[in-house]
Design a protein around this ligand. Sequence first.
Ligand SMILES: Nc1ncnc2c1ncn2[C@@H]1O[C@H](COP(=O)(O)OP(=O)(O)OP(=O)(O)O)[C@@H](O)[C@H]1O
Ligand SMILES: [Mg+2]
Length: 335
Amino acid sequence: MAKAEPTFAHPVGLDIGTSRIVSAMPAESGYEYRSQLNSFVTLPNSKMREAVLRRENIPHTIVGSDILVHGNESERFADLLQMETRRPMSRGFINPSEPESLSVMKQIILSLIGPAKQPGQKACFSVPAAPIGASENLTYHEATLNQIFGELGYAPKSINEGLAVVFGELESSNYTGIGISIGGGLCNVCLSYLAVPVTSYSITKAGDFVDSSTASVTGELANRIRLAKEESFVLTGGSTDKVHQVLGVYYDDLIKSLVASLKQHFGDTRSLPKLGRAVPLVLSGGSVMPRGFREKFETELKAADLPLPISEIRLADNPLLTTAKGALIAALSEM
Ligand SMILES: Nc1ncnc2c1ncn2[C@@H]1O[C@H](COP(=O)(O)OP(=O)(O)OP(=O)(O)O)[C@@H](O)[C@H]1O
Ligand SMILES: [Mg+2]
């Protein structure tokens, strides 16, 4: 007898990042991930150009007299054409001054997870913690994403990014500890106690800050700097390359700012619950990838002498996928 098609559509988890959108869904063994850059370039439309893009299977949309190439291919096009990519999000949130942000993000989400397999399929997506004094950004951002997922037929729900890191990495400590995601637009931090977020916040310094600051010193395009950084930059020092040397300066600044923010938030234990044990700290997000990051962060954190006892500082298993995994675990835990 033919096997019946499953009538149940599994939940999906999404990391909606400034730099990349990542999806996670349950697979035969473990989880399946997909990812696309959250960026695009516009090219003047022509019949021939469109036909070429279609034949090469390069994701694009036609908007008036322009072709928008979005997702992973946008970076290569931008580099070839010596231009910056355009970005639907900036510093963790939907960029209100980018007119194409909603339609591009919808297309990218659609290319990753398709429309809902059945009405009301669960989609749990990450949202950043509001940077201090900017909560209205979060309200607009979250409401707009709810709308996009709703239009695709999903029943959406959001999860704080730092908490998603805890869900993705700290099952062994019963979801108690500090989850940190150091991404493109933001560093997100969450202290969780038994899966309950105790405190969370974000700072607006991450990979994009490193790229644009380095670009302004060296006079190159930020997109070019980013490619060089991802390809070969390490934090163990010793490089005589000018770009690497400047990247090192701004990475140092990023790590110091993050540690200063931890000190500010967790420096006064009177305002924290008595956890009664040392807690693990997990580092995730694309910006932790350069070799030597964990060690440098640990040295700075030790020097800051945080009164909150930390049992271990470790990198996430796969820093680029942690948030999506945690969002999926959150969606599955509600079934
Ligand atoms: N191998 C690598 N080496 C150095 N940096 C990297 C590497 N891979 C990715 N990155 C950087 O990581 C950042 C993107 O990380 P991530 O995908 O976690 O961000 P995001 O979730 O999209 O952004 P955010 O959470 O801030 O909104 C970018 O700045 C990117 O350049
Ligand atoms: Mg992120």
